[in-house]
Ligand binder design. Sequence first.
Ligand SMILES: CN(C)c1nnc([C@H](N)S(N)(=O)=O)s1
Ligand SMILES: [Zn+2]
Length: 258
Amino acid sequence: MAPWGYEKDNGPAHWHKDCPIANGKNQSPIDLINGEVKYDSGLKPLTAKYVPFSDAKFLNNGHSVQFQPSAGNGSELTGGPLAVKYNFEQFHFHWGNNDTEGSEHRVDGKMYPAELHFVHWNSTNPSFKDAVGSGGPNGLAVLGFFLKVGAENAALKPITDLIPKVKDAGTSVTVPSNFDMQAILPATLTDYYTYDGSLTTPPLAECVKWIVFKQPLEVSAAQMEAFRSVINRDGKPMGGNYRPPCPLHDRAVKTSFK
Ligand SMILES: CN(C)c1nnc([C@H](N)S(N)(=O)=O)s1
Ligand SMILES: [Zn+2]
């Protein structure tokens, strides 16, 4: 099979051939249906402590654009549904070719123009790779933030300003060490959906505690257009790099809000 992607000949409908877990019972993303979620008063806010990275790259990996430090630096996530500390690994984006599509998760069937994922791994594992392979839904914790078009996002501007330098697949650029990742996050990480799921791209491992925030972040139309200028490994616009929703099966989606 051609390397996986989002085109007709290598998109999500083909992924099961190399990754049979694609048809598993704990796949992501899902449609977050408010009439079917269950409020859990035990779900407290999350705490993310992100330390500025001195040598992180921003890269085009052919299917997304990704902020990737070269090594851990003590940036971590705790609280909420998490029983232990999770180490920050990377963040990346999914987006569409117009404002009516682009996010991976949906809310009552509605897609947002984009979705930002902060990927973390369970620190009781020796490495990220071990966490992915650890089995069960506690290997990774991924924070999902919907992006909607509005005011310019000043915290993401240092990243979206780098997009022209990673237009082509396989290119990367060093991120200035004064980039403040913490500033991307809302002041309090309170209102979220959480459920047990998977990576949304191959290998589609069912190792993820998903935490998707109710309140979208805003980015400007110009910032959205920057994403839409990125080219994928097939030489086409990368927009549309989102997997459609998967069946919930007998999973519960809990919320930290009523
Ligand atoms: C190996 N890593 C970090 C990832 N593998 N798949 C990822 C997906 N893009 S997502 N959307 O985070 O599940 S992230
Ligand atoms: Zn993702």
